[in-house]
Design a binder for this molecule. Structure first.
Ligand code: F6P
Length: 196
């Protein structure tokens, strides 16, 4: 990868309420974060933008690409957020109170713990890797690929480029006002966390 910008969508109502999953839209603050992102990228070349199929990442791309019709964009299901199964749309507090078994198993082994009817980090690894390959292929291994993803998905993508112990992957910090810029060739590997 000659230049991958790995971005998380901006704030949603679900983020504010510490609510899991769903398909929420960006809040005013989230849209403001998207405008700051667009300003940051104004004079930077973007070859293509790949999002998930969920609204929060597509809205982020809409704002990023306003006035830039030449940039190709794709939405991949492989980059949709971890499927929380029976816990989808619950708050973390509700999971702790109503589904203590799930809460405890995530605490004990977050990487391997599966949401009933959904996924674990371990089980989403394969499809996220397939998404990375697709994204690189669609962009022709381009120099300035932008991926707009989600907290768990971006942790997996990051761990694809940066060696991390599996048990640490679910705890990597994925902010909403900074992004990871990754340059990875045979001779060098550089990962920076940049503000926008
Ligand atoms: O809270 C936002 C979110 O994207 C949820 O939709 C998702 O379940 C979660 O982050 C993943 O992070 P964690 O595995 O730490 O709960």
């Amino acid at each position: 990868v000659k230049g991958l910008s790995l971005i998380r969508h901006g704030e949603t109502e679900f983020n504010r309420e510490h609510r899991i999953g769903g398909d929420p839209r960006l809040t005013d603050k989230g849209r403001q974060q998207a405008r700051l992102l667009a300003a940051h990228f104004r004079d930077r070349h973007i070859s293509s933008v790949v999002t998930s199929t969920l609204r929060r990442t597509r809205e982020m791309a809409d704002i990023l690409l306003e006035g830039r019709p030449e940039v190709e964009r794709y939405a991949l299901k492989e980059f949709d957020e971890i499927d929380a199964g029976v816990c989808d749309a619950m708050t973390y507090d509700e999971v702790r109170q109503l589904r203590p078994g799930i809460w405890e198993s995530r605490k004990a082994d977050k990487y391997n713990a599966s949401y009933p009817g959904g996924e674990s980090y371990a089980s989403m690894k394969e499809r996220v890797e397939r998404g990375v390959k697709k994204a690189l292929y669609l962009s022709g291994n381009a120099e300035n690929l932008v991926i707009i993803g989600h907290q768990a998905v971006n942790r997996m993508i990051l761990s694809h480029f940066l060696l991390r112990r599996e048990e640490d992957v679910p705890y990597v910090y994925i902010p909403q006002d900074r992004y990871f810029h990754i340059v990875s060739t045979q001779s060098r590997k550089l990962v920076e966390l940049l503000p926008f």
